[in-house]
Design a protein around this ligand. Structure first.
Ligand code: A3P
Length: 331
């Protein structure tokens, strides 16, 4: 796993004090209810994500063998974590004892901006694997330089903005406290379209990793949720190859790829006891007690059409078209 550089890391208190001052000077938005967002260098972060991101920018030292999974929230992070974990560790566990059957994917693959900050207290002993696998929602532009300079691999998963938006809206309404009112679809859409969503603007996030994947295809792999649904076998093979652990002919014949897809499927994961009743145990208050089941809702492509009006669809499509104009990027 990547480690801190030799310069002494700031203490949590020191960082917090410094960051508290920074945070209080930043534009703030409370519309998503449960956690205010702060705009720092054009990106909207929760306070803890911002603190973690700054700490990581200063001290994170990536290893060439590390693998970083990157997504915007609600793009299929949980699925990608499960798939990547199952691929890189496929020779370590017999299926009946696979850690994904008893641990939530977020426990097995930590978020480097919050889970390992300031030290790794949340990682599961089962998750010790080689190469080291971790995940982030931080935009490409804000990744620690050491990730960009090293040979560490980055896998980005994005998703149709309409489905991301609806998934986010459901998630945020489930996360709000009892005393907070529901976020209306209209208000949420205004925020999302204005770029105000966790780690948003959404479109800039996607474009950042898209451009990086075009510039350095051997370093950054760009995947779409919809393609993974449509052609899972093809993409799983490509992913394994990219990660330097190509499936052998024998594995292919023995059905290993199918086994991984079945293990990581929405149906399988969402019906496991750990994901039905389990909760995060986390040192950060706003993550502690978060129910695993909230990461599994429908897991379908196009569910947003059940919620969005024609005008809302047009609005989102228009922004997507404008933002991605000139880039060969379609959903
Ligand atoms: P929906 O809300 O559209 O159902 P994230 O993991 O980034 O938080 O994204 C959550 C979204 O991914 C949710 O989408 C969730 O249902 C879906 N999801 C979770 N596990 C999945 C899996 N194994 N396969 C496909 N989709 C999955």
């Amino acid at each position: 796993m990547a480690t801190s550089q030799t310069s002494p890391p700031l203490t949590q208190e020191g960082l917090n004090h410094e960051c508290q001052e920074l945070v209080s000077s930043l534009p703030r938005e409370d519309g998503w209810r449960y956690s205010p967002l702060y705009q720092y260098q054009t990106v909207w972060y929760s306070q803890m994500a911002l603190l973690g991101m700054i700490e990581r920018q200063r001290h994170f030292k990536a290893h060439d063998t590390d693998i970083l999974l990157a997504t915007t929230p609600k793009s299929g992070t949980t699925w990608l974590k499960a798939l990547a974990f199952a691929i890189v560790n496929r020779t370590h566990y017999p299926y009946p004892q696979h850690p994904l059957l008893t641990s939530n994917p977020h426990k097995l693959v930590p978020f480097f901006e919050v889970d390992n900050y300031p030290n790794n207290q949340n990682s599961d002993p089962d998750s010790i694997c080689s190469p080291a696998l971790f995940c982030t929602h931080v935009p490409y532009i804000a990744l620690p330089q050491s990730i960009k300079d090293s040979d560490c691999k980055v896998v980005y998963l994005c998703r149709n903005p309409k489905d991301v938006f609806i998934s986010l809206w459901h998630f945020m309404n489930k996360r709000k406290t009892e005393t907070q009112s529901l976020i209306s679809l209209e208000k949420a859409l205004d925020l999302f379209c204005a770029g105000i969503s966790p780690f948003g603007p959404f479109w800039d996030h996607v474009l950042g990793y898209w451009k990086a994947s075009l510039e350095s295809p051997q370093k950054v792999m760009f995947l779409k949720y919809e393609d993974l649904k449509k052609e899972p076998i093809v993409l799983l093979k490509r992913l394994a190859e990219f990660l330097g652990c190509t499936f052998t002919l024998k594995e292919d014949k023995d059905g290993v790829i199918h086994d991984i897809l079945r293990l990581c499927s929405f149906e399988n994961l969402s019906n496991l006891e750990v994901n039905k009743v389990g909760k995060f145990q986390h040192r950060l208050q706003h993550l502690d007690g978060l129910e695993h089941r909230l990461f599994f809702r429908r897991g379908e492509v196009g569910d947003s059409s059940n919620y969005l009006t024609t005008r809302m669809i047009e609005r989102l499509d228009q922004i997507t078209e404008q933002k991605f104009q000139g880039y060969d990027l379609r959903f």
